[in-house]
Design a protein around this ligand. Structure first.
Ligand SMILES: [Zn+2]
Length: 272
C-alpha cells in the first residue's frame, strides 16, 4: 500500500491507497500547491492564525472540496492544543470551521455522520486519518510530539471502540506527511516523554546524536496504533518529510510562523 498524488488543475493532494480501497469515504492530505493565498502563504494555505485572510483560506477550502469531492461548507475544525482529547462531532457542529467558530479544544475528531468532513491541521506534526468500514465511522487526529507522546491516536481508536463499537482490527489508518527523524532534532525532553509512556519499545525510534535526539514521530504513532489493536496490514505511513520537502509542504521547523499549513481531511460519503 502506498499513497497516490492527485493534481486537479494544479491543486495537489495525496490519498492513502488503503483508505481509498475501503470505499464509502473521501479523504485528502494537502500540499502547498493549488490555492489562492499570496506570499508567504502561497498558495494552498489552511491556517487562519498566521495572518492570511479568511477570504483566501475559505476559497482554498472550496477549491480543495471541488477537487477532492468533499463539501467543505459542512466541514468541522478544532482548536488544536497538543493534548489527548478526542471529540465526537455531531450534527450541530456542521460547518464550524473558522477559528473562532470551532467548537472544541481538541486534537482528534470522530464522527459516524455522513457528509461531515473532519479537519486537522499541521505543518510538520503528524496527522492520522482513521476509518472503520464495518461500524461506518471516521476520525482525524493531530499528533505533534506532545500528542504523540500522550498516545492520542490510541485514544482515538479506543474511542471508536467505546463510542461506535468498532473492533480495532477493522480500523484502517493512514499517517500523513510530517517531519521525519532526519529533521526532527530535539532535546532530551521529547524522548523522555515518549519513553515514559512506551518504554523500551520506543527506543528504535529515538536516536541520540551528541547532545541531541532524532525522533521518528510517524513510527511512534505506528507503535500506538499497534498497541490499540490495529492490524499492521491496515496501517499506511506517508514517506515524505515535510521539512525536507519544502517544494511540496509547509514546515514550521524550516519556515517559522510566516507560512501556511496543511490539512488532513476525511468524511463518510452520503449514502443514496
Ligand atoms: Zn527531513
Amino acid at each position: 500500500m502506498s499513497f497516490t498524488e492527485h493534481n486537479i488543475h494544479g491543486l495537489i493532494y495525496d490519498t492513502a491507497d488503503g483508505l481509498s480501497a475501503v470505499g464509502g469515504i473521501r479523504h485528502a492530505f494537502t500540499t502547498r500547491h493549488g490555492g489562492v493565498s499570496p506570499a508567504p502563504f502561497d498558495s494552498l494555505n489552511f491556517f487562519e492564525q498566521n495572518g492570511d485572510k479568511w477570504e483566501n483560506v475559505s476559497e482554498n477550502y472550496r477549491l480543495l472540496g471541488q477537487a477532492a469531492g468533499l463539501d467543505m461548507s459542512r466541514a468541522v475544525g478544532n482548536r488544536q492544543v497538543h493534548g489527548d482529547v478526542v471529540r465526537v462531532i455531531r450534527q450541530e457542529d456542521v460547518g464550524r470551521l473558522r477559528w473562532e467558530e470551532r467548537p472544541y479544544d481538541a486534537d482528534a475528531l470522530l464522527t459516524n455522520l455522513p457528509g461531515i468532513p473532519l479537519v486537522v491541521y499541521s505543518a510538520d506534526c503528524c496527522t492520522v486519518l482513521l476509518c472503520d468500514p464495518v461500524r461506518r465511522c471516521v476520525g482525524a487526529v493531530h499528533a505533534g510530539w506532545k500528542g504523540t507522546a500522550l498516545g492520542i491516536v490510541k485514544e482515538a481508536t479506543d474511542a471508536m471502540a467505546s463510542v461506535y463499537g468498532s473492533d480495532p482490527a477493522d480500523i484502517h489508518a493512514a499517517v500523513g506527511p510530517s517531519i521525519g527523524a532526519c529533521c526532527f532534532e530535539t532535546d532530551a525532553d521529547v524522548p523522555d516523554a515518549i519513553r515514559a509512556k512506551l518504554g523500551q519499545e520506543a527506543e528504535p525510534f529515538l536516536t541520540q546524536r551528541g547532545e541531541k535526539y532524532h525522533v521518528d514521530l510517524k513510527q511512534i504513532n505506528h507503535l500506538w496504533l499497534l498497541r490499540g489493536g490495529l492490524d499492521p496490514h491496515k496501517i499506511e505511513i506517508h514517506p515524505d518529510c515535510t521539512a525536507c520537502r519544502l517544494d511540496r509542504y509547509w514546515s514550521h521547523r524550516r519556515l517559522g510562523i510566516q507560512r501556511g499549513g496543511q490539512i488532513a481531511v476525511i468524511a463518510l460519503e452520503d449514502r443514496a
